[in-house]
Design a protein around this ligand. Structure first.
Ligand code: PMP
Length: 428
């Protein structure tokens, strides 16, 4: 066991539960693999909760970061900054939002905080709509729009939040409905909530819920929501912290699966864009971005060092069509896992798209969540040389598969074989 185990409580409060009975200390990585302090090699199907977007130790990113580090790490957001402007320009180009402006932060939490600041100021309302089972961050305001109780440690929020149905289909009152009926029921729920509230500033939603277990609504649901919101001038914030940058394969942004009604008003991003460097940010049209009437900066958002990482990483992603790779390799992986699911009784559902795949577990013969099995599969996969994640609602009953987007077919097959073994052993 790593000597860090007994020491880590010095830096992490008791509310943080580490993965694994014998927690892993990762020492280095390469491509889709990482190594621990005992020299074990793992195929990485979690990418450090999706923070490694392209590949570990990607030479292009390493070179850009080292060269930038040799020049300057950071000056100030009050001076001109070339890498920051260049990354903002590239993100605006791929954003799908007309007249897009970008504001950089250091994390997804801070990106969502900023989106809330913009939306509530623009609409002069602190009422916000959010999805049941959502996760949007750990600051005071983002905890207040997080519907997943296991990740929302206080109810003392500066916002009035109203939660609506739609993010989760696996269990719940509308689970038995087909796509169209499910969407209609959720739109009716939204209209009902809107009929009994002050005018909200915005609705915030993850197109595929991340922490919530990679659950997703039928395609088009948020587009139908958007029509209702537009009638009332309510803004749509799409939290793309996990779904952005082509991970879902079919679309560059998760909202693309819902887009008939046009793009969201505000998009937030983080995680993968820096390939591990701390970048978050908000994209919004100029009118929204400019609605604040006093100075507001992030000292560390947009440092030269992280922007250099983001530029090199995004260029690699686009030049190598990793969105297409996510679609192709993710499609194969989903197919392979569905075949396994048909044979292992506790695997209730394989869901998701591209390289964002959720595996929902239930106690065999029932619809009851099975968190013990999820933990057992996590441990067994690790023993087989594979890292995956867990997620879900109040019961952490889903496994999360989100490898770096450069995953090869051979690696997908290798990982699927280890997962199959782990699932079988958990239910044997
Ligand atoms: N939004 C979503 C959808 C997330 O998954 C996360 C992180 N898990 C966040 C926001 C918060 O990001 P960060 O941890 O960078 O603050």
């Amino acid at each position: 066991m790593s000597d860090l185990y007994s020491r880590h409580r010095r830096v992490m409060p008791d509310w943080l539960a580490l993965y694994y009975d014998d927690p892993i200390e990762i020492t280095h990585g390469e491509g889709r693999h990482v190594w621990d302090s005992d020299g074990n090699r793992y195929l990485d199907f979690f990418g450090g909760i999706l923070t490694t977007m392209t590949a570990h130790a990607l030479p292009e990113v390493t070179k850009a970061v080292s060269e930038q580090a040799g020049r300057i790490l950071h000056s100030s957001t009050l001076y001109l900054n070339r890498p920051m402007v260049e990354l903002a320009e590239r993100i605006a180009q791929v954003s799908g939002i007309p007249d897009a402006r970008v504001f950089f932060t250091t994390s997804g939490t801070e990106a969502n905080d900023t989106a809330l600041l913009l939306a509530t100021t623009y609409r002069r309302s602190n009422t916000v709509l959010a999805m049941r089972n959502s996760y949007h961050g750990r600051s005071f305001s983002t905890v207040g729009i997080t519907g997943n109780r296991s990740w929302s440690p206080t109810s003392l929020s500066p916002l009035q939040t109203l939660y609506v149905h739609g993010g989760v289909r696996t269990r719940g009152p509308f689970a038995h409905l087909d796509d169209r009926a499910f969407t209609d029921a959720c739109v009716a729920d939204l209209r009902d909530v809107l009929g009994h509230t002050r005018p909200p500033a915005a609705l915030i939603a993850e197109p595929i819920q991340g922490v919530g277990g990679f659950t997703s609504p039928p395609d088009g649901l948020y587009g139908d929501f958007h029509e209702v919101l537009k009638e009332r001038g309510i803004l749509w914030i799409s939290d793309e912290v996990q779904t952005g940058w082509g991970r879902t394969g079919d679309h560059f942004w998760g909202w693309g699966a819902h887009a008939a009604s046009g793009p969201p008003d505000i998009v937030t991003f983080a995680k993968g864009i820096g390939n591990g460097a701390s970048i978050g940010g908000v994209i919004a049209r100029a009118e929204l971005m400019n609605c604040l009437d006093a100075n507001s900066i992030s000292t560390f958002g947009g440092t030269q060092l992280t922007m250099a990482a983001g530029l090199a990483n995004l260029a690699y992603l686009l030049d190598h069509d990793l969105q297409g790779n996510a679609r192709r390799v993710g499609g194969l992986l989903i197919e392979r896992l569905r075949a396994v699911a048909a044979q292992v009784p506790g695997v209730r559902e394989i869901r998701g798209r591209g390289l964002m795949i959720g595996i929902e577990l239930a106690k065999p013969g029932t619809d009851e969540a099975d968190p013990q099995a999820a933990s057992a599969v996590l441990e067994a996969a690790r023993a087989g040389g594979l890292l995956i994640g867990k997620g879900g609602g109040h019961d952490t009953s889903a496994l999360r598969v989100a490898p770096p987007l450069s995953l090869t077919v051979a690696e997908a097959e290798e990982g699927a074989a280890i997962l199959e073994e782990a699932l079988r052993s958990a239910y044997s």
